[in-house]
Design a protein around this ligand. Sequence first.
Ligand code: ZN
Length: 181
Amino acid sequence: MARTSNFAALSSAVINASIGDRWATAHREWDLASVDEDPTANAECVCGQTNLRWLYTIANLQTGSELFPIGSSCIQLFERPDLNQKVTVLERLVKIKRAAQSREKITLTREYFTRAVLKDLHVRGAFTPDKFNHYDPREDYDFLLAMFNKRTTMTASQQRKTSVLLNRKVVRFVSIDERLK
Ligand SMILES: [Zn+2]
């Protein structure tokens, strides 16, 4: 019951702000714009669901209008794998940002990373060119992906390089990423 009424409220909010006048067309016009975290989990979704922790802003790609806040369970109601993937990536990136703000060391673990997170960082330019990657950011990405997939312990020098990439390049990137509030 709760899900049904949530969906009714969500879909009417989405349709009202869309060009399409039915859910079937309207729900394809939207993308995730940004995410914020409410550690007190007090926020309320446009559908009326309360106690949200992750607050998404969705943007209509055709009109530019935005809806906020949207809870992650409502993002799932769009039934779009691309949006669900972005939810996972953005939540990890927010975790990295928060950890960096409280001066915790970022580690290359599933707590903070997935393959999709590393790819997102690479595609968005987190790995800046420098002499250590021979001015080819892909070297940083390939290195971190190999370390993330590695089943054996990293050598001391691999650990040092990983730590520098995460705690300088990745931390610098998440601090200026406009998708993370
Ligand atoms: Zn909702």
